[in-house]
Write a protein that binds this ligand. Sequence first.
Ligand SMILES: *[C@@H]1O[C@H](CO)[C@@H](O)[C@H](O)[C@H]1NC(C)=O
Ligand SMILES: *[C@@H]1O[C@H](CO)[C@@H](O)[C@H](O)[C@H]1NC(C)=O
Ligand SMILES: *[C@@H]1O[C@H](CO)[C@@H](O)[C@H](O)[C@H]1NC(C)=O
Ligand SMILES: *[C@@H]1O[C@H](CO)[C@@H](O)[C@H](O)[C@H]1NC(C)=O
Ligand SMILES: *[C@@H]1O[C@H](CO)[C@@H](O)[C@H](O)[C@H]1NC(C)=O
Ligand SMILES: *[C@@H]1O[C@H](CO)[C@@H](O)[C@H](O)[C@H]1NC(C)=O
Ligand SMILES: *[C@@H]1O[C@H](CO)[C@@H](O)[C@H](O)[C@H]1NC(C)=O
Ligand SMILES: *[C@@H]1O[C@H](CO)[C@@H](O)[C@H](O)[C@H]1NC(C)=O
Ligand SMILES: *[C@@H]1O[C@H](CO)[C@@H](O)[C@H](O)[C@H]1NC(C)=O
Length: 590
Amino acid sequence: MRSLLSCLVLLTSFVSAAPSARTSSFEVKEKVFPPRDWKIHSDASPDHKIELKIGLPQPNFDILEKHLYEVSDPSHYRYGQHLSKEEVEAIVAPHPESLELVTEWLASHGIGEQDITRSSAQDWMTITVPVRVAEKMLDTTYHVWKHTTSGESIVRTTSYSLPIHLHDHIDVIQPTTTFARLKSFKSTIHRFDKETGQIVAQSDTPMISASGVSVDPSCNTTVTVTCLKQLYNATDITPSATINNSFGITGYLDQFANFQDLQSFYAVQVPDAVNSSFTVISVAGGQNNQTLSEAGDEADLDIEFGFGITFPINGTFFTTAGSPPFIPDLDTPTDTNEPYISWLDFILAQEEIPLVITTSYGDDEQTVPESFAKRACAGFAQLGIGDGGVGDGDPDPATQTCITNDGTNKTEFLPLFPASCPYVTAVGGTIHVPEVAVDFSGGGFSNYFSRPAYQDAAVSAFFENFPNGTFAGLFNPNGRAIPDVAAQADNFQVVIGGETGLIGGTSAASPTFAGFVALINDARLKAGLPSLGFLNPLFYSTAISGFNDITSGNAPGCGTEGFNATVGWDPVTGLGTPDVGKLISLVTAI
Ligand SMILES: *[C@@H]1O[C@H](CO)[C@@H](O)[C@H](O)[C@H]1NC(C)=O
Ligand SMILES: *[C@@H]1O[C@H](CO)[C@@H](O)[C@H](O)[C@H]1NC(C)=O
Ligand SMILES: *[C@@H]1O[C@H](CO)[C@@H](O)[C@H](O)[C@H]1NC(C)=O
Ligand SMILES: *[C@@H]1O[C@H](CO)[C@@H](O)[C@H](O)[C@H]1NC(C)=O
Ligand SMILES: *[C@@H]1O[C@H](CO)[C@@H](O)[C@H](O)[C@H]1NC(C)=O
Ligand SMILES: *[C@@H]1O[C@H](CO)[C@@H](O)[C@H](O)[C@H]1NC(C)=O
Ligand SMILES: *[C@@H]1O[C@H](CO)[C@@H](O)[C@H](O)[C@H]1NC(C)=O
Ligand SMILES: *[C@@H]1O[C@H](CO)[C@@H](O)[C@H](O)[C@H]1NC(C)=O
Ligand SMILES: *[C@@H]1O[C@H](CO)[C@@H](O)[C@H](O)[C@H]1NC(C)=O
């Protein structure tokens, strides 16, 4: 039986190979050490189908990056002159030779144009093939890998090869070596306590926030939309419903956003917004089941605070399919376990996208191979905007998450992706009034991305006063430093599945921060100015005085006390929390 099959396969490829097809011998393209909590479970079924995404090089990416920094730099004459989708696509388009060679290689494996889905910039090709075909194409062997603590399974390999003549024409092929588990940054210490669902004031004296505004005493223990508006000096800001502003929230992992919960939340916290709704966009077949018991805590937290802060700005919730545990024995590609890239693919193909998008999901940078992280990050540069929540969101014991998977088992602080991407705004967390760093506000330094120029001065200033030698070898001081900014992250009063309670995690900080950015965009649009686009170069320069510096607290991890929040930028709270009123004056004067 087996010999008959291989004979047939041989015949097929023989017949369909174009006579002119170039061939060359295989050479390893990428090899990784599996993260220590993944173990081989069994052979992959040869018939199991996988959806392979092939990333072609973008030879002009440096030009895109130059444009991005120019239009995002408030001191540049091109500030705010965002590029159109077509302009961006023309820049990131692959070389015609790459397109030709890769298409020809696919054809030699019987994969024709009708089997290929191409991204609108032509820089990604997606095909669905059985494992046995992928193994031949990539001269590799896939296995079913099991995650030791969660029991999740995925079909992956630790190394793959390509014919030598294709090495310069393909950046990445995934899923091959990616072991990322997309996680929500709702912290492990999150509480959803029905008992403490009411507002408890510690005293009746109004509190004074870092920016000097008066805050209700209850906000120290129970955070509401009103609290956040007070704390961040945005109480008097009413966005326009008619200007073309927009705000988006991503959801993954079957985190469904519940309309009824949102209404219950609005009734208590944002009465003006009662009966207003948001648009749901399904990506790759993502669902949004409205059964109350299916309401996602992360999704509900994100929409309640995100849309609550931004009402009446048009809101969109993107629900992307893909939910572990994945059952790898099915012959259908129901789950590629790369929902993140599915979303990016989708969003980059849209004519219109929200002006601010927040995401509260990610994984340890090291579980995403460098080549793939760089391509996904390049996608964020294309978007020119994004909000990556950064957090110590890993549910595994600290002893495991602090160990490298580069084969040496070194102990290291592990940064998170996509927060570590320099084209994303990473948001850390604070707690209480006056604000201090919350102990789960993870920050740090990327091992993949070097420090971008926009944060050079701020991060160098941090190191000036950093006790030299501290944590030596535990982090890469030259890496992209995170977070960029911070916002409140704990004790958020939410309604989930019909119940009121408190919840926290750095995932609370990203929709909050992004929501206020939408209010700042509102002021820009009202003034006839373009929206802000990619935020970081602005934040580290012209807008730097629009942040409340958070100078106490620290984020323990890896058996250490971690970094401290300090005067100026620090790797726990970044530049600090927003003073929206001040930021608006600063950014409407550019
Ligand atoms: C807020 O709570 C924290 C922690 O319990 C406390 O240290 C701080 O003094 C409180 N702030 C005010 C203004 O009471
Ligand atoms: C808001 O979204 C709705 C539905 O997509 C659309 O019809 C409307 O024009 C949008 N309004 C603005 C001001 O963008
Ligand atoms: C909003 O966008 C629509 C369609 O692009 C346009 O016709 C309209 O003039 C815009 N409105 C404002 C206030 O900019
Ligand atoms: C919301 O809609 C319901 C049902 O249509 C209506 O009874 C209620 O008065 C509305 N509430 C507000 C505040 O508009
Ligand atoms: C929604 O979830 C419920 C409860 O799990 C389930 O019974 C129902 O079939 C789901 N509906 C859809 C449309 O998937
Ligand atoms: C690193 O840890 C893995 C998994 O525990 C083990 O198999 C490997 O031998 C270790 N490598 C070194 C260099 O200690
Ligand atoms: C640490 O070293 C840097 C450069 O090597 C220096 O600028 C800085 O002042 C030193 N910091 C302290 C606290 O000594
Ligand atoms: C953090 O601050 C504490 C108290 O001032 C100090 O002992 C510790 O050395 C600091 N840690 C770092 C990493 O700067
Ligand atoms: C709050 O914002 C207003 C502008 O809306 C500004 O004038 C004021 O200084 C800000 N307040 C504080 C305490 O920063």
